[in-house]
Design a protein around this ligand. Structure first.
Ligand code: HMG
Length: 391
């Protein structure tokens, strides 16, 4: 059987963030509720001239620069912040990246989970034609109602992954565990800009899906909890991943002490605490965080990943880290990007939050605010005009 998995991975987030201490002050909440209770420090927030297309193109650009574009058979873009009900966001990205017309492009949806459906589909495509690669991008903006419990869990980001045969970073096992069940924990009807959320219930749905999916993974793969060195979780906020990990560990009947279980998660939380929820991208930004920040060499180690999307689908799958993986990472660029962001004041955050594109398709030029390479420049005749800024 062909070895298939992640050959390249890179993430992008907005240049702007709000410090959650500032949000706590404005909302009259003890800042420890955000820092300790939900485990978040800052949240990335997009300027009006950024959207899921620009973030996706920014995440994918460094990967596409370093590979043979003609080998990429497919671009899949997973999102729940779509910009059009019909045209796939991946076609805009296809154009911005200068991809050949022989590359197919499609958009995927199932809340925060769809990127992982994309991973499985991409692996299957590569199995069929091992000389081809699939570029998979997850890109989202997590936006909740102002002054709601979800507000401190906002964030945004995109991550691009190249799936190929004989991968350089993570070899993925075809054995996975899945839990699908209809739930009304978080959803966004077409007429709303923000989701309807039953927050506390959503955390219970997440934990149930994680336990069920892990049990099935063990049953199908024969891999036990204690044989897995590292765990990555979908992170709507840091403490969600921590709670789920302790519950999964308990139902898997491990004898590992709590301190060891908590320590296992330290490296995956680093970027999420800075960025916040990025829906589909979140779990793969957690994977970047692990690969970039782990104190030990991960070569040969198993990494299990739990992907979750409200509504709900959860999937636990795992891979093995490939020797020499560090050379393929974008660690320095990831760290520099987070360090160089600009802090928003509370009133600037409100201006970004409240910004709305014209709803009647009339011509509108956007102020240039992002420092990213790709930006939304204009709305004209009901369509979006993107531009590439040479740096
Ligand atoms: P809340 O009202 O902030 O909840 O909402 P809380 O009052 O229970 O406080 C949260 C924690 O802070 C509690 O800890 C408090 O004790 C603690 P816990 O009991 O849970 O261990 N706390 C403090 N700690 C230290 N110092 C203090 C202090 N005060 C309180 N002074 C809630 C929390 C999750 C409901 C809210 O953030 C929310 O609605 N979030 C959005 C939904 C969400 O993220 N759900 C997660 C699972 S669903 C999912 O992951 C899918 C998703 O990504 C969407 C998709 O799939 O598309 C969301």
């Amino acid at each position: 059987m062909t070895k298939v998995g992640i050959d390249a991975i890179n993430f992008y987030t907005s240049d702007f963030y709000l410090n959650l201490e500032e949000l706590a002050k404005e909302r009259g909440v003890d800042s420890d509720k955000f820092k300790i209770g939900i485990g978040q420090e800052r949240m990335s927030f997009p300027s009006p001239d950024e959207d899921i297309v620009t973030m996706a193109a920014n995440a994918a650009y460094p990967i596409v620069q370093n590979c043979d574009k003609s080998k990429i058979s497919t671009i899949m873009l997973a999102t729940e912040t779509g910009v059009d009900q019909s045209k796939a966001a991946s076609i805009f990205v296809h154009e911005l990246l200068g991809m050949p017309s022989t590359t197919r492009a499609v958009e995927l949806k199932q809340a925060c989970y769809s990127g992982t459906a994309g991973v499985q589909m991409a692996c299957a495509l590569v199995e069929r034609n091992p000389e081809e690669q699939v570029l998979l991008i997850m890109s989202d903006i997590a936006k909740y109602d102002l002054d709601s419990p979800g507000e401190p869990t906002q964030g945004c980001g995109a991550v691009a992954i190249l799936i190929s045969a004989n991968p350089s970073i993570l070899e993925l096992s075809p054995k996975t565990g899945i839990h699908t069940e209809s739930s009304h924990d978080f959803w966004r009807p077409n007429y709303r800009q923000t989701p309807v959320v039953d927050g506390k219930y959503s955390t219970l749905v997440y934990i149930k899906a994680a336990k069920k999916a892990f049990a099935q993974l063990t049953e199908k793969s024969g891999v036990a909890f204690d044989e897995i060195d590292n765990f990555c979780y979908h992170l709507p906020f840091s403490t969600m991943g921590v709670k789920a990990h302790l519950k999964v560990a308990k139902s898997a009947k491990t004898e590992k002490p709590k301190e060891e279980l908590l320590k296992q998660l330290d490296p995956i939380l680093i970027y999420n605490k800075e960025i916040g929820n990025s829906y589909t991208a979140s779990i793969y930004i957690a994977l970047c965080s692990l690969l970039d920040n782990s104190e030990t060499d991960l070569t040969g180690q198993k990494v299990a990943l739990f992907s979750f999307g409200s509504g709900c689908v959860g999937e636990f799958f795992y891979g093995t880290v490939v020797e020499g993986y560090k050379e393929k990472l974008h660690t320095e660029a990831h760290k520099a990007q987070l360090l160089n962001r600009t802090e928003l004041s509370f009133s600037e955050y409100l201006r970004f939050y409240q910004f709305k594109l014209p709803q009647d398709g009339s011509t509108f030029q956007l102020e240039h605010e992002t420092r990213g390479m790709f930006r939304l420049a204009e709305i004209k005749d009901h369509y979006r005009v993107y531009s590439k800024c040479e740096r």
